[in-house]
Structures are given as C-alpha cells and as structure tokens.
Design a protein. Structure first.
Length: 207
C-alpha cells in the first residue's frame, strides 16, 4: 500500500497568498465601479475570502503541529502564514472602513491606490510561489524588490493623497474619513512588504 502523500507547506502558503490576491482584485473592482447599493454584497464576498483564508491557515497549523520534519523551520512557516493572513485582513479592512463611515462617493485618486495594492499582492504571490525553489529561483529576488518598490509607490500615494486632503480642507468629517481610508490603503502595501521581507530572511537563513 502506498504511503500517505506528504503535506505540501509551500502549496498551502501559496493558497493563502491566492486569497490575498483575490481580495485585492475584489477591492480594485469594487472601488473602480463603486455603488453603495452593491457594497454590502461586496463586503460579504470579501468576508467569505477572508474566512476561507482563516480556515486554510488553521488547517496548515494543524498539520504543522503534528509534523515531524517540516521543509523549513516551523516558526518561519507560521510567520509567513500569519503575515499573508495580515494582507488579506488589511484589504478587507479598507472596504469595512468605507462602509463604516458611510462613504457615498470615491475620491478620484483612490482607484490608482487599489491598482498598486493589487500589483503588490501579485508580486507577493509570485514571491511565495518561488519559495519552494528558493535555492535555484531566478525570479524570487526580483519579485521581493518589486514588492518593496510598490510599497514605496503606496507610501507616495498615501503622502500625496493626505497632503491634497489638507490643502483646502472644507468638511472636517470628510477629512477624518479619508485620512483613515488612506491609512488603511497604505497598510495593505506595508503588509505585502512584511511578507516579502520575511521570505527574504528565510532564504538567507536557509542558503
């Protein structure tokens, strides 16, 4: 009888980053074609992605607890899994924030930010995909650099966006709302960078 197939941690981590990518795609789509009438439905869709990601992460941790010899250190697997999960949570938080503050209209510069977040999640996904062959990968370093570049792009969008808000402030409530939305958007890119940096440090440790 054939022995049971070994659990694939790299595949599991890739699955988690796929949820982050799906969340970023949904965020971009929702913001670029924004309608308050469909927001509740989009939030439900987003929550389903986040909930599925949580279940997948717990399943991976369950396997890890019983694992005799994981491919890389347990702590490293848990850290990457948690940080990928933080990306999905951060993306969900943007929609929750927009809903919570009862935003009726999206500022024209916001869709560009959601495009950057999606690009960041794409590069993060490729970085996770390349982890399996990190010793031979030709793409891994370039993708980590790209995530860092996109995070800097996110920083610039955040700084310029908030600066613009405070140039001619009229409504203080509006000011508060968009300052917070911008903060949530920037956090998505920061979370992607945390994943890329963690992968890079794992590669250094195991090379």
């Amino acid at each position: 009888m054939s022995s049971k197939k070994a659990y694939d941690y790299f595949e599991a981590l890739l699955g988690l980053s796929k949820f982050s990518l799906q969340a970023s795609e949904l965020l971009k789509k929702t913001i670029s074609d924004f309608h308050t009438a469909t927001l509740e439905e989009k939030i439900r869709e987003m929550h389903n992605i986040e909930h599925s990601a949580d279940i997948a992460k717990h399943d991976m941790i369950e396997h890890l607890i019983k694992e005799f010899l994981p491919p890389i250190e347990r702590e490293d697997i848990i850290n990457v899994a948690q940080q990928i999960d933080d990306v999905t949570d951060a993306v969900e938080d943007v929609l929750m924030c927009i809903d919570m503050f009862n935003v009726k209209k999206i500022r024209p510069e916001i869709p560009k930010f959601t495009e950057t977040i999606e690009a960041c999640c794409k590069s993060m996904y490729v970085s996770v995909e390349e982890m399996r062959n990190f010793k031979k990968s030709k793409k891994l370093h370039a993708e980590v650099v790209e995530v860092n570049r996109l995070e800097e792009e996110g920083d610039a969008l955040y700084i310029n966006g908030v600066k613009e808000l405070y140039k001619n402030p009229s409504d203080p409530v509006d000011l508060m709302i968009w300052t917070e939305v911008y903060r949530k958007l920037e956090k998505c890119c920061d979370a992607c960078e945390d994943v890329a940096n963690e992968i890079e440090s794992i590669v250094m440790k195991n090379s």
